[in-house]
Structure formats: structure tokens, C-alpha cells
Design a protein around this ligand. Structure first.
Ligand code: MEV
Length: 439
């Protein structure tokens, strides 16, 4: 058993690695080499990355790829995606090309309200509290003026503060439920700062409120924190085309493709096991763009999955219909994103991703991310109901095996050609490569 380490965060980077190597890596110099191999030669750039978080000892790379040909509301964009999974960028690019020649994607932001809450305990008469809150509310808004001044200049700010009685669910539990407009910033710091000020005011002013008894004056603030559930920060993206333009496969006509596609979507709407995987495919697209643009993918994931079960059962985030011979496919998701603040002006690749996307506003980015999710889902479901997804996956898998085996470009060409007509498995690729090498 090793002893817990004290003051680890104060160690230098070298000391941290030394400590790790001694205790957990058996002083394996190769392992330490791996860590250092990912350091950036540019010391300033490395220091920037070190300081994004705590106890940094190396960098963790993800591929940064590009899915071109996305026609969104008439603008042709190339979408940067940060993702390690094979086939995702290929599927997005394919779907973009498919819909690009069928009118492209239409996306609309439905609303942009963000949410934060002060959770507190009040032991007393609720009607008295309501009167207290009515008097307090304008002063709460005044008290955050130093924080909201700049946001208001940009057209945002605090939209509403509502008092909520939650005592039916938990004894003496109340909330200030607040709505914010944070314009182009994700707004987490702004929202949390406002909430903490509201909480402080609430607690202090209650002490001075003449109508409260001593017990009522004693408000216990539990938490002041934004919510990652933003069902009123919604974006919708859709594609549509006449049925007779829908199929690009010789085996299915448009009507047959639509029948299969609609049934697949229906299954994801009604069946939880399928819904989760279906939505996971959507998140392949969503997360990759969210990550490339320096946004918080955990927040986005949590909020979107909660939204997928807003009516009591977890269901598909995409829907499809055929009306008057027109096939329509759409997605509606909540997205709290920022294109200013946070990592957006700090991380060089994030800055570049936003430059590639033509410096979008947060609303533009919401549309782009929703489109990436929809495109990804279209690609996945299209593969599933036609060829199956293994065909595409195995192609990438084949490439991964060949790279692992350090195949030369010549060897790759021969083996890829061989597997056009043969089934890929790890063993079959190794066998084939060995045969080739023996020749
Ligand atoms: C794999 O990452 C995503 C899929 O499973 C999504 C789906 O099944 O719709 C292909």
C-alpha cells in the first residue's frame, strides 16, 4: 500500500511525472517517454494547455477532421469535428453531399433562454415569503447591475426571477428559478455570479424583514447554480425532398426507402433500447462539433438526454414524416453554446474551428450543431436500413489494422483491393498481409 500524496498540485510537472513513474509505472522510462512525446515543442503553447486544467502531465490528442459540403440555410460550410470514432466524419460528409443536392438543411433557433436556480430552505408562512419576494425582486435586479451591465449592452441579461414552492416534493424547499439571455456566450460564469448575488441578497434581506419571525428570517441557502437543462434554448433543423428524389440506391425506390426509414424512426420513438443508440448516433455529430468549437459537451449531453425524456419516456430526438409525397426529417434539441468567452479565444484549434465556420454567433452555432446531429442520424439510419453499418466500419477497421501492422502504401492498396470482395476480420487481414509479405 502506498501513502496518500500531500501537496501534489504544488509539484512541478517533472516532479509529478517522477512521482507517477515511481509509484505506478515501475520506473518505466518508455512510459514516461510516451507522456513527453505528446508535449508541444512550443513551450508557450504547452503552457497554455497545461493551464486549462489542473495537474496536467501531457496532452491527449483527438483527431480534428472536416466534413465539407454542408448547405445550411443557403450557406455552404465545412464543419470541423473532433472525434476519435471512425466512420462518423465520413457519414456526416456523405449525408451533407446527399442533402446538398436536395435543397440542403434548414435550421431555425426557436428560443434562447438559459436557466439558473437558487435552492433554499425557508421554514415559515409561504404567503409572507411571497410578499417579501415581491418587494425584494426589483432590488435583486439592481444588485446584479455591475455583473449584467455589459451583457445588457449586448442585448442579454436577466429575463425573469420566479419564486417556486417545491415543498410538495421536499419539506421547506423553495427556489428562485431564473431565466437568462447570455447572447453569444455560454454564460455559465455570468449566470452563476448573478445567482450567488441573488442568494446573498435573499439571505441578508430576510434578516431585516420586519414581518418574519426569528425562524423565518433564518433562510438556509443550499445551492446557487445554473441548470444544464435548457428546454427553452431550442434549435430545430430539417431536411425535405419529394419522395421520387429520396433514394440513391438501385435496390429501393423513394417510397420504399421512406417506408423503411419512417419505421426505423418510429422504433426509436417508441422503444427505449433503440432510442438510446439512435440518439447516441446523433450525439456523434453533436459532440464532435461541440468539442471542436470549445464548448462543454458534458453539459450538452446531459441537457439533450433529459430533453429526450421530457414527456416521461426516453424517446428519439429526430422524427420523420411523408405528406403529399414529400419526405421530411427533423431534429429538435436544446443547446446552450458559446462562441465568445471560455476556451473560444484561448485554444488555438478552437479559434481555428470558429474561423472555419465563418465566426458564427451562438445561434448560428446552435444551427450548425443541430444539422451535424441530424446529418449523422440520417447517415446511420440510412446505412442500417440498407447495407448495414459494418460495411463502412470494417473499411475503417481494415485501415486501422493495416496501420497497426505498419503496412506500406503499396501493401495497403493490394489488401484494400482484396477486401473489396472479402469479409474483413482482424485475423483475415493479418493472414492476407503475411501472405503478401512472404511473396
Ligand atoms: C455508432 O457510433 C452509432 C450508431 O450505432 C447509431 C445508430 O445505431 O443509429 C450507428
Amino acid at each position: 500500500m502506498t501513502e496518500p500524496v500531500a501537496g501534489f498540485s504544488k509539484f512541478s510537472k517533472e516532479e509529478k511525472i517522477q512521482w507517477l513513474s515511481n509509484l505506478y509505472l515501475n520506473n518505466d522510462s518508455e512510459a514516461v517517454k510516451v507522456l513527453k512525446q505528446y508535449w508541444n515543442e512550443d513551450e508557450k503553447l504547452q503552457q497554455l494547455h497545461d493551464e486549462f486544467t489542473e495537474n496536467t502531465i501531457s496532452n491527449f490528442y483527438l483527431p480534428f477532421g472536416l466534413a465539407p459540403n454542408f448547405l445550411i440555410n443557403g450557406n455552404l460550410l465545412a464543419i470541423p469535428m473532433a472525434i476519435e470514432e471512425s466512420s462518423v466524419i465520413a457519414a456526416a460528409s456523405k449525408a451533407a453531399k446527399f442533402w446538398g443536392s436536395r435543397g440542403g438543411f434548414k435550421a431555425t433557433v426557436l428560443n434562447t433562454k438559459k436557466v439558473g436556480q437558487v435552492h433554499f430552505i425557508y421554514n415559515g408562512d409561504f404567503r409572507k415569503f411571497e410578499s417579501f419576494f415581491k418587494e425584494l425582486k426589483p432590488r435583486l435586479l439592481d444588485a446584479v447591475k455591475p455583473i449584467t451591465k455589459n451583457m445588457e449592452k449586448r442585448g442579454g441579461g436577466v429575463l425573469e426571477i420566479e419564486l417556486k414552492d417545491k415543498t410538495a416534493a421536499l419539506e421547506n424547499y423553495y427556489q428562485l428559478h431564473c431565466n437568462f439571455d447570455t447572447r453569444d456566450s455560454m454564460g455559465a460564469n455570468f449566470i452563476n455570479s448573478c445567482l450567488e448575488k441573488f442568494a446573498e441578497m435573499l439571505q441578508n434581506e430576510a434578516q431585516n424583514y420586519a414581518d418574519f419571525t426569528a425562524e423565518e428570517k433564518d433562510i438556509e441557502i443550499l445551492m446557487s447554480i445554473l441548470s444544464n437543462y435548457v428546454p427553452e434554448c431550442l434549435v430545430r433543423a430539417e431536411v425535405s425532398c419529394p419522395l421520387d428524389e429520396l433514394s440513391d440506391s438501385p435496390e429501393l425506390d423513394g417510397q420504399e426507402f421512406a417506408d423503411k426509414f419512417l419505421r426505423a424512426i418510429r422504433i426509436a420513438e417508441i422503444e427505449k433500447y433503440r432510442a438510446v443508440t439512435h440518439n447516441k448516433g446523433i450525439m456523434n455529430g453533436v459532440d464532435a462539433v461541440v468539442l471542436a468549437t470549445g464548448n462543454d459537451f458534458r453539459a450538452v449531453e446531459a441537457g439533450i438526454h433529459a430533453y429526450a425524456s421530457k414527456d416521461g419516456q426516453y424517446t428519439s430526438l429526430t422524427h420523420a414524416s411523408v405528406e403529399n409525397e414529400i419526405f421530411k426529417f427533423w431534429i429538435e434539441i436544446p443547446l446552450a453554446l458559446g462562441t465568445v468567452g471560455g476556451l473560444t479565444s484561448l485554444h488555438p484549434l478552437v479559434k481555428l474551428a470558429l474561423q472555419i465556420l465563418q465566426k458564427p454567433s451562438a445561434e448560428d452555432l446552435m444551427k450548425i450543431v443541430a444539422v451535424a446531429g441530424l446529418a449523422q442520424n440520417f447517415g446511420a439510419v440510412k446505412s442500417l436500413i440498407t447495407t448495414g453499418i459494418q460495411q463502412g466500419h470494417m473499411k475503417m477497421h481494415l485501415m486501422n489494422i493495416l496501420n497497426q501492422q505498419q503496412a506500406t502504401p503499396q501493401e495497403k492498396e493490394t489488401i484494400i483491393d482484396y477486401f473489396r470482395k472479402n469479409t474483413v476480420s482482424h485475423n483475415s487481414v493479418i493472414d492476407q498481409l503475411e501472405k503478401l509479405r512472404q511473396q
